[in-house]
Design a protein around this ligand. Structure first.
Ligand SMILES: Nc1nc2c(c(=O)[nH]1)N[C@H]1C(S)=C(S)[C@@H](COP(=O)(O)OP(=O)(O)OC[C@H]3O[C@@H](n4cnc5c(=O)[nH]c(N)nc54)[C@H](O)[C@@H]3O)O[C@H]1N2
Ligand SMILES: Nc1nc2c(c(=O)[nH]1)N[C@H]1C(S)=C(S)[C@@H](COP(=O)(O)OP(=O)(O)OC[C@H]3O[C@@H](n4cnc5c(=O)[nH]c(N)nc54)[C@H](O)[C@@H]3O)O[C@H]1N2
Ligand SMILES: [Mo]
Length: 597
């Protein structure tokens, strides 16, 4: 059995992996892949460098900055925590300088930024490393900060100055790779090092590339070099995600030992977490799962998988290489999907279990900007045959003869979870539906580690920010070097494939969808049609006019979709927003615009 759960409503009771994990463990075990398609590069880098993946300040602290760098970050469209735009508006009105580094002239860039720096996708680490080179050569680094709070800066310095490999990582070196003029890199480096405090806000799309953890590690190193970690108005430059570590919750359904994991060796390339940060259990990385299903034991995987159980996910649409996933689905004997809608994935289910929406069940949720606990009261009785996730698990357990699966009702669980939280009174909370955590001042991650280092070590082996990581060195993988390095991605513009396929594709998150969710709402479709964005120069060279239907293809798949000709994307890069529903025509050609084709 393989079990996977990812997006959806994300309440603490119904939508998590706990309920089915418990059931499968009581049945004898299952495989749950570790890792994420989302920000695994970010988590890996944060764990390696800070020892924890809770690295963000609350957004109100942006108003204490003097310089905000939006690196691959488009928060007006890609909403991760509410109210970010509200603080950016105030920052702009207060005259705080804002710079955007992005292949697209995004809505956030247009609205907030004083400067737009377009960059070739997948090359960000090179620019960050060249900025570090400028800072060191001009002696602008905060040496006292580096000496007190970090280890390994000397090794990094040897790399950026070219002492290690004979290649000085100067701005002209990075210009060739990134397409960003050397002088622009130099100026931004000087500005970042001399304007204090400065907030380097690193979006996660640049890390969702090959060797994406190098981008995040390089950004964190730059934040440390400029002394911007743990101070108000600064930023630790981890992935831009709220400080979810601030929440507490009473115990939910207990997960027994999973016999499958217990017998397996620890996963190879997973960074060992010392702070209790978990990003999945199990032995197979989620990126390998399609391959594991297709090859099984003969491919060196631990089992020949037969049953796939999915909820809160639309993997056919959302995992890389849709055509290969279709092959994997065909190979499986049995697929179960719990869904609310007839999605591309749901169509492949042998058994499709209709499940409730948040309107038909009660649950609890949390949010980080501002910090709050929310009670989502059930509004209507479940429609038709749909059942809540907990009810589905209860009924499966009963039919499987598992008698000790669950002894509590939805209400009893929620009460227990709330009692273990900061919320003082369950009944008042249920009635008011919202409990805000009032902080006396903006929350700044690592404030105590910086203010009182003797008593507050970073949760790394050395207790410091690890620019050089011995744990990484011990992993012995040249693609995971102990200091941040620029490593060229596969299928880069230097690859021989680039003569056949000269355009680089990015697949951004779309304002009118949450991944695939809400793409089936006609009114939202009217807002902006699914289209591939292409620069005027590239369009003219191909005889493409705005609104034309175009063929989009590579060796993995093909589609026909509308073109949006625009100067708001740099030449040689095209953008197809991710999450559009896969809809093959009679010839098997996708007409929906599913990026993972
Ligand atoms: N409306 C909406 N909001 C969402 C989501 C959604 O589906 N819809 N999904 C949520 C989830 S789960 C997540 S993980 C986050 C995702 O958050 P992100 O990954 O940060 O979002 P993206 O829109 O993919 O990319 C952000 C910006 O990075 C740019 N970019 C892409 N590649 C590169 C690169 O190589 N270098 C640089 N410098 N820039 C690059 C894009 O042009 C875009 O403007 O968003 C969350 N918020
Ligand atoms: N090319 C490309 N691919 C990407 C990305 C990208 O940037 N580019 N981004 C990646 C990222 S960051 C992420 S997080 C993933 C997201 O990947 P997924 O989480 O698989 O995507 P969603 O479309 O959010 O799928 C959620 C599904 O759960 C259903 N659902 C909602 N609520 C419930 C519920 O309560 N119960 C059940 N059973 N189902 C429910 C919805 O109808 C929907 O079909 O996609 C990844 N894929
Ligand atoms: Mo994500």
């Amino acid at each position: 059995i393989v079990y996977w759960v990812s997006g959806g409503d994300q309440g603490v009771l119904h939508d998590t992996w706990r309920r089915m994990s418990r059931l499968f463990c009581l049945m004898g075990g299952y495989t749950r892949p570790w890792g994420l398609h989302s920000y695994e590069g970010g988590i890996f880098a944060e764990l390696a460098t800070y020892g924890t993946a809770w690295t963000a300040n609350t957004r109100d602290d942006l108003l204490n900055s003097r310089l905000i760098i939006m690196w691959g970050w488009d928060p007006t469209n890609t909403i991760a925590d509410t109210n970010t735009s509200w603080y950016l508006v105030q920052a702009k009105e207060a005259g705080i300088k804002i710079v955007s580094i992005d292949p697209r002239y995004t809505d956030s860039t247009a609205t907030f930024a004083h400067q737009w720096i377009p960059i070739r996708p997948g090359t960000d680490a090179a620019m960050l490393i060249a900025m570090a080179n400028v800072i060191v050569r001009e002696n602008l680094q905060d040496q006292a900060f580096l000496d007190t709070y970090t280890i390994g800066f000397e090794a990094f310095k040897d790399y950026i100055l070219g002492i290690e490999d004979g290649v000085p990582k100067i701005p002209s070196w990075a210009e060739t790779i990134t397409g960003v003029p050397a002088v622009t890199i130099q100026k931004l480096a000087e500005e970042y090092a001399t304007t204090r405090p400065a907030a380097l806000l690193t979006g996660i799309a640049p890390g969702r590339t090959a060797y994406g953890e190098q981008y995040h590690r390089a950004a964190i190193t730059l934040a440390a070099m400029t002394g911007n970690v743990g101070i108000s108005g600064g930023s630790a430059a981890g992935k831009v995600w709220g400080p979810i570590g601030l929440f507490k919750m009473g115990a939910g359904l207990r997960i027994p030992r999973n016999p499958v994991d217990a017998e397996a060796p620890p996963p190879k390339d997973k960074f060992p977490s010392r702070s209790g940060y978990i990003y999945g259990h199990g032995i197979i990385n989620v990126f390998k799962l399609t391959d594991a299903i297709l090859k099984g034991k003969s491919g060196g995987y631990p089992a020949d998988y037969k049953l796939l159980y999915l909820n809160n996910s639309n993997i056919l649409n959302q995992w890389p290489n849709t055509n290969r996933i279709i092959q994997a689905f065909d190979k499986l004997e049995f697929i179960v999907v719990e869904e609310q809608f007839m999605t591309a994935t749901a169509r492949f289910a042998d058994i499709l279990l209709p499940t409730t929406t948040f309107l038909e069940r009660s649950d609890i949720t949390t949010g980080t900007m501002p910090l709050f606990y929310g009670y989502r009261n059930k509004i209507i009785e479940p429609l038709y045959e749909s059942k809540s996730p907990l009810e589905i698990a209860n009924e499966l357990a009963a039919r499987l003869g598992i008698t000790d699966y669950n002894d509590k009702t939805e209400e009893e669980w929620l009460r227990q979870m709330v009692q273990g939280s900061d919320v003082p009174d369950y009944d008042v909370f249920k009635k008011r539906a919202i409990f805000k955590i009032q902080l006396p001042q903006p929350y700044v991650t690592f404030r105590k580690e910086i203010n009182d280092p003797a008593n507050n070590l970073f949760p790394t082996p050395s207790g410091k920010i690890e620019i050089y990581s011995h744990q990484l060195a011990d992993m012995g993988n040249p693609k995971l070097p102990p200091i941040p390095k620029y490593i060229e991605t596969w299928e880069s513009l230097n690859d021989s494939l680039a003569s056949k396929y000269p355009l680089q594709l990015i697949t951004t998150h779309f304002k009118r969808r949450a991944h695939t969710q809400f793409d089936n709402i006609p009114w939202l479709k009217e807002l902006e049609p699914q289209a591939i964005k292409i620069n005027t120069i590239d369009a003219q060279a191909r005889g493409i006019r705005d609104g034309d239907m175009v063929k989009v293809f590579n060796d993995r798949g093909r589609m026909i979709i509308r073109a949006k000709v625009t100067e708001r994307i740099m030449p040689s890069v095209v953008d197809l927003p991710q999450g559009a529903w896969y809809s093959p025509d009679e010839n098997g050609v996708d007409r929906g615009g599913c990026a993972n084709i």
